[in-house]
Design a protein. Structure first.
Length: 75
């Protein structure tokens, strides 16, 4: 068994991303002391918005859309 399978079986503890854990209802999330990351601004820096590659522009657009849905994470 790999660590993910062990965690899903209730046998172990692993450090995994929250979205991965939330995708598996059998996984219980532990946060010592109720720890939550501090929200704050995020910057994406490119040489020029006009000359940024299409993939970079798509990523920036996706991040803007995501940040708009999660004001609790982004100040």
């Amino acid at each position: 068994m790999v660590s993910g399978e062990l965690v899903a079986a209730g046998i172990g503890i692993a450090f995994i991303h929250r979205t991965t854990a939330l995708a598996h209802p059998e996984v219980r999330i532990l946060e010592p002391g109720g720890y939550r990351p501090v929200s704050g601004p995020i910057s994406i820096i490119t040489p020029s918005a006009r000359t940024a590659p299409p993939k970079a522009r798509a990523f920036i657009g996706a991040m803007q859309a995501y940040a708009a849905t999660r004001p609790d994470l982004f100040a």
